[in-house]
Ligand binder design. Structure first.
Ligand code: 5AD
Length: 372
């Protein structure tokens, strides 16, 4: 079957997805990009939604083989932002018309960490509720695996979206990049738990992992579908020199152009196959190409996460090296991004949560099933 025929389909087999992900000819790439844009506009509209990203702590109990802030990396200066600092950044965000924020950190499960998040979420909701934002800022958490009770507390405090990447939906590949205490099925159970609690659930994978094939990537997209995922964040794997995966540094550098192209195709294929999900154009794309995030938006992404982390600590939150914009303050980030998005002919969703259309459809479908 030709690419023209595949992109017209409603349901996609693994083979169809592999074909989309394997395209290299520029005329075919262009067709895929157009098909992804069409699917995006039909399902979600032309708006790009901002989530101000606040990385509030780089302390982590996990030791992921790929991550620069893994607990064994002794060269990282650990930080934990004061509540006031985080709340001020959130307030700034609301004042600029960004409808949502993401609070991200390394993983911890102790009670002072959990209490801190609960309180910060409550406070942010309280001070950002206004006539322009009647439900306050939309809050997404990305703070690792927790118990169901903790997820419930976070949800009750007012967070309504949660990001927990599966990193690789193939069990063996997952095990090859994580230490034995991180269990694939447990991670999948956590995604189900988050959905049960009521969160809009986001997940995603890294692209360009050693041993990863195009079959794995096609399975990743089918995993998102099978688990009814609302939001997707994916990006290129970029080697950090202070991790066990630094042995792949040379290959990773040599392959970076191919990994970048594969990442754009993953965004487009996810959009074409899944239709109504939110997809983020992630910072890691920009680490490989100055206009990487804009290209991500052009290939079907509709969410972008401007950096709000205070410049003083940004250099300590390096999950990978070459992270862009570590010196730019939040105002500079804002103007730079605005210009870039408008130049793509897209609009910016101001003072709106920009929830995943998939989540809305998911709720609608469950109500009509109940009434049937
Ligand atoms: N390269 C690319 N992405 C990375 N992440 C962590 N380390 C790296 C890396 N070296 C991603 C993981 C994690 C997210 C917060 O950052 O996918 O879930």
């Amino acid at each position: 079957m030709s690419i023209d025929e595949i992109i017209q389909k409603e349901n996609f087999s693994k083979e169809d997805i592999i074909k989309i992900l394997s395209v290299r000819k520029s005329s075919e790439l262009d067709k895929i990009k157009k098909a992804a844009q069409k699917k995006l506009f039909e399902n979600c509209g032309a708006k790009v939604y901002y989530r101000g990203l606040i990385e509030f702590s780089n302390t982590c109990i996990r030791d992921c083989n790929y991550c620069g802030i893994r607990k064994s990396n002794n060269s990282v200066k650990r930080f934990f932002l004061d509540k006031e600092n985080v709340i001020d950044a959130a307030k700034w965000c609301a004042d600029q018309g960004y409808g949502s924020i993401v609070l991200q950190s390394g993983e911890r499960q102790d009670s002072s960490f959990i209490d801190y998040i609960e309180e910060v979420v409550c406070q942010i909701k309280k001070i950002t509720t206004s006539d322009t934002l009647p439900r306050g800022l939309g809050i997404t958490l990305c703070v690792g695996q927790q118990t169901k009770e903790v997820y419930e507390r976070f949800y009750a405090a007012g967070a309504h979206r949660y990001l927990l990447r599966i990193e690789a939906s193939n069990k063996e590949l997952f095990s090859s990049i994580h230490p034995p205490d991180q269990n694939f099925s447990e991670r999948v159970d956590n995604l189900c738990m988050l959905k049960d609690v009521g969160f809009q659930v986001g997940t995603g994978v890294m692209i360009g992992l050693p041993g990863q094939t195009v079959e794995h990537l096609a399975e990743d997209i089918l995993f998102f579908k099978e688990h009814d995922i609302d939001m997707i964040g994916m990006g290129p794997f970029i080697v950090h020199s202070k991790t066990p995966m630094s042995v792949y540094e040379e290959d990773n550098k040599k392959g970076s152009e191919a990994i970048f192209q594969q990442s754009l195709l993953m965004i487009a294929a996810s959009r074409i196959v899944l239709g109504d999900v939110n997809i983020a154009a992630t910072t890691a794309l920009q680490a490989l190409k100055d206009d990487g995030r804009e290209q991500g938006l052009d290939f079907g992404a509709n969410v972008i996460m401007p950096q709000l982390t205070p410049v003083e600590v940004r250099k300590d939150y390096l999950l990978y090296e070459n992270k862009p914009c570590v010196d730019e303050n939040k105002e500079q980030c804002r103007y730079c991004l605005e210009r870039r998005i408008l130049s793509l002919g897209r609009e910016i969703g101001v003072n709106a949560w920009g929830d995943s259309q998939h989540h809305k459809n998911r709720l609608k479908n469950s109500v009509s099933a109940d009434n049937a």
